[in-house]
Design a protein around this ligand. Sequence first.
Ligand code: 5GP
Length: 207
Amino acid sequence: MLVLSSPSGAGKSTLTRLLTEEEHRAGRPFHLSISVTTRAKRPSEVDGVHYHFISRARFESMREHGELLEWAEVHGNLYGTPREPVEQALERGQDVLFDIDWQGTLQLYEAARPDVVAVFVLPPSIAELKARLERRAEDATDVIARRLANTPTELEHWVDYDYVLINRDVAEAFSNLKAILAAERVRRTRQHGLADFVKDLLRELEG
Ligand code: 5GP
């Protein structure tokens, strides 16, 4: 489970999109977790692609029935990860990418710390973060202000993460993200069947 978190406007969505495209191009098993949210859809967003946009009542029902792997209130809206698609992807042996905040990351740690790799994306400066929030131009001024007001709390949580990327240049940040994924995939503890593979090597050596 690969988690990407950042304050709003640090450029995390771009990295998520680039990684998803790259993995599909390479034909590697990869699953992007699509969250449910009570937030209103932005004009550019597609229901079922960026999020599943649902009512608060539906969200609460999912939460009460244990259908969410983790959930949090962020900028006044509710967000959560549907449990079933993630569990199915993991059973198929696919890696899963999550675009969730620090509250959700801590919940995933509690559920399965050894299976989680968490990456925090920092903006190069607050000026750049503001510029990105404003460039998006899909959110109302008060929505942008609320996101900026939450930035200090979000920034403080960099210490909870395994890796930190400073997004000065998207190509460089993406390259580092790919390196993290590649390295974490070959971790000894994550490679199943290694003992048998080495046994076969030894047999071949003898025979
Ligand atoms: P946005 O409204 O800009 O799409 O997302 C706002 C914040 O909510 C982002 O930091 C995003 O990572 C976080 N978020 C999105 N989906 C989830 C989720 O399912 N769980 C949690 N904990 N956070 C989420």
